[in-house]
Ligand binder design. Structure first.
Ligand code: NAP
Length: 479
């Protein structure tokens, strides 16, 4: 028997529209059909761009107090419907209900920060008289919105990572077209609902549901789209960067983040932080802990505590309040992780706990002795697996931490300030967390990576910098 569900509409420049062709949205926990969303065509994307051409002008002319009011009203709406938002994240995605509620809190914060930053978009004065012969000149820069932003987002934070693009875009007077991940479009549509209720003028925002392979190129290559703001995997990011041509790019990509634990670290707190950093959102987390380098003096003790804490992790239904970890986003992702672990074991690694798959579920897994050249050590696992290594010096730990093509965030646990500063200066990453794992972020801080982890920074104020362009003004005075 066919299951009947009421389909959702997508948000096309301020109108909620449906389409004959649809995409099914499933709960990865048990493969139940949640609903359907329209399967947008290239014509839909072109229409969104045409509307956004007008929307960009409307957005740029919105007085700042109106932008502030709309952003705060959208945040209020999400606050009022907090549990609906959390349940949506926890059903279409793979976060537990507790993790989902925290994402909703962060989304509200992201929008409120965007409202605050809207009032602080400032240019600067330019000292033209620093050049002899330019004495009678004054001038300054304005920051102008870039125009239309094409935003492409991943499945793992389906609400807040969309808010990290939409909030700053509206704060800085841009129009924005969002293409959310096909697996998790519902949270992005709920974000559009909040802006609809908040009175955002039509044509400024579209959330177009469709597959990247079919409608992605239209968004990325269209000359009216002046910036592509992408969050997702390295391979997709590279493909988009090649196609986009001469436009601004923001690339928030993946990583396989390292953590260094020195002999003077507070062991219990370090283990707690690293276990959470490894298994948060089933390890499907761009800044999740993947490789931990521990000084040999405390290595055995660390491993023992780490494994004991991991074994207490409760894997189960996302909807149960006490569950620590749900399923991966799809069974094929769990199979991919299973294969990576098997390859490590075939090459001499030891499995200390975990390594079991049941459908889309994969148990929290701790490996030691993993050959560093293997994909599981070099690439992003994006699953609940961590590799532990003993090291004999900080220099060795830093060299090993850097020996990959990623560099998003890193953590170091120590009380030794000199060691911490050495790591801060020598780790090739966008952020170093001292006495925290790599998995630390607040929405106001600059966030982004080096090497294969990306280009540019997000974090509301920093996103606004990326989404605006300075225009310099010069006045020549008569004397
Ligand atoms: P993904 O496969 O790269 O997909 C991301 C988005 O790109 C999806 O909306 C996808 O659409 C779209 N897409 C795919 N092919 C495209 C194309 N040819 N043109 C335009 N768009 C295209 O990534 P994911 O599996 O959803 O997310 C996981 C990755 O995101 C991980 O690598 C993770 O580290 C990274 N991430 C980074 C950050 C950060 O801030 N640095 C944060 C979170 C996640 P479809 O869904 O339709 O394929």
């Amino acid at each position: 028997m066919m299951t009947k569900v009421k389909g959702k509409k997508m948000y096309l420049g301020g109108q909620w529209v449906e389409r004959k062709e649809t995409i099914d949205v499933y709960d990865p926990e048990d493969n139940t059909l949640i609903t359907t969303v329209p399967k947008a065509s290239q014509a839909d994307m072109l229409k969104a761009i045409r509307l956004a051409e007008k929307g960009a002008k409307i957005s740029a002319s919105l007085p700042v107090h109106k932008r502030v009011s709309i952003l705060n009203k959208a945040a209020d709406y999400i606050m009022e419907h907090h549990e609906t938002y959390a349940q949506t994240i926890a059903s279409e995605g793979s976060k537990t209900i507790r993790e989902a509620r925290l994402e909703v809190n962060r989304c509200i914060h992201t929008l409120r920060l965007s409202a605050e930053e809207a009032s602080r978009i400032q240019g600067e004065t330019v000292a033209f008289d620093q050049m002899p012969g330019h004495e009678n000149r004054i001038g300054y820069t304005y920051l102008f919105p870039i125009g239309i932003i094409g935003a492409i987002t991943p499945f793992n934070d389906p609400l807040n990572l969309v808010a990290h693009k939409v909030g700053p875009a509206i704060a800085s007077g841009n129009a924005i077209i969002v293409k959310p991940a096909t697996l998790t479009p519902l949270s992005a549509l709920l974000l559009a609902e909040a802006f609809d209720h908040a009175g955002l003028p039509a044509k400024i925002l579209s959330v177009i549901t469709g597959t990247g392979s079919e409608i992605g190129d239209t968004l990325v290559t269209h000359p009216s789209v002046r910036m592509v703001s992408f969050t997702g995997g390295l391979k997709t990011g590279e493909e988009i960067a090649k196609k986009a041509g001469l436009k601004k790019l923001s690339m928030e990509l993946g990583s396989n983040s390292p953590v260094i634990v020195l002999e003077d670290a507070e062991l219990d707190a370090t283990v707690e932080s690293c276990v959470s950093g490894t298994f948060w959102a089933v390890g499907q987390n761009c800044l999740g802990v993947q490789r931990i380098y521990v000084m040999e003096e405390i290595y055995e003790q660390f491993v023992e505590k780490f494994v004991a804490r991991t074994k207490r992790y409760k894997v189960g239904s996302k909807k149960i309040e006490t569950t620590d970890m749900g399923p991966l986003i799809h069974e094929k992702e769990a199979i991919r992780v299973e294969k990576l672990v098997q390859e490590a074991l075939d090459n001499g690694a030891q499995l200390l706990t975990g390594g079991e798959r049941n459908g889309a579920f994969y148990s929290p897994t701790v490996l030691t002795g993993v050959a560093p050249h293997l994909p599981i050590a070099k690439e992003e696992i994006f699953g609940p697996v961590v590799l532990l290594y003993p090291v004999t010096s900080l220099e060795e730990a830093i060299a090993k931490a850097n020996d990959v093509n990623y560099g998003l965030q890193a953590g170091i646990f120590t009380k030794n300030m000199e060691a911490a500063f050495k790591a801060i200066h020598e780790l090739e990453v966008g952020g170093v967390m001292v006495n925290e794992s790599s998995d630390y972020r607040i929405d106001a801080m600059p966030f982004g990576g080096v090497k294969g982890s990306g280009l540019g920074r997000e974090g509301v104020k920093y996103t606004i910098q990326e989404m605006t362009e300075p225009r310099v003004v010069q006045f020549k005075l008569s004397n």
